[in-house]
Design a protein around this ligand. Sequence first.
Ligand code: ATP
Length: 323
Amino acid sequence: MYYRSEAGYVRAADDINIELERGQTLGLVGESGSGKTTIARSIIRLLPDNAEVVDGSIDFDGTDITELTDRELRNQIRWQEVSMIPQNAMNGFDPVYTVGQQIVQVIRHHEDGVSKAEAKDRARSLFDELGIDPDRVDDYPHQFSGGMAQRAMIALALCLEPRLILADEPTTALDVVIQDRILDTIKEMQAEYDSAMILITHDISVVSETSDRIAVCYGGRIVEQADAATIIKNPRHPYTLGLRNAFPDIADSDEDLISIPGTPPELVDPGEGCRFAPRCPFAEDECWEVTPEPEEYGDGHIVECHRADEADELRSLAAKRET
Ligand code: ATP
């Protein structure tokens, strides 16, 4: 999925290949601008006009949803099958309707034969489940605090029990104390509905606790993906090592200290070579010239790095550089 711009295509989601099972959580992690939101929004096609699906497919339970028309996607997939909790809840609500009216509208649009009263009862019990006073369904979005609006957004996003939840930095705008509670609530509802979830965050420590698998985004590509324990304990990509060390509470030894100075790459016409090479302490000639292919290191551990075979050596090299 690329964006058209005057300078050329912004290659925001390139060669992305991810798989997710029912009930599983995939953590999508990476710096700002690495393409996380683009990947999630591509799935439900909530994209700006300059976005273009250049190639590829999205298999949702046997249906390639890139083949659906906008209308089919809206009526069959969005909300009831795949639903998004956006970064900032306030932007997700329409300020002129009460929160309850918006939930009622979504339920009745997608489910035939549900009366207004029944839909409102569902909104009230969702509020109750999420720890909001049910009477507040009659409030307008601006009457909610940030934490409460985010909970109300979860109610709206999950009111049809979607099979896939896209949670885009669902707690970043909130107080640290509330963040954990809201994430727990999302996880509880995910478990109740047996939904799959893609959880987007720049904070690898968040996904280390909540995800089954982690995919690391860099420069519009997924540079490494594996089960969460492997990404945290045995990463092979130098960027993953650096990302871990940006959140020292999960780096369990000082063996891996690599910092990642520099800025993310230009995504217009990035050319051949590894997109991380300009910031990589281990880049060799090949890294600058040839785009690394994904290589598998067992159990779905996939890495795009020319030096992934030497991961142990690179880690001790990094430790020496630091001392
Ligand atoms: P963040 O954490 O800041 O949301 P992200 O990892 O989700 O970042 P994206 O928002 O997907 O990253 O952006 C990926 C790339 O696409 C960035 O280089 C961004 O500048 C570019 N981009 C995003 N939206 C557009 C757009 N409408 N037109 C052109 N380029 C865009």
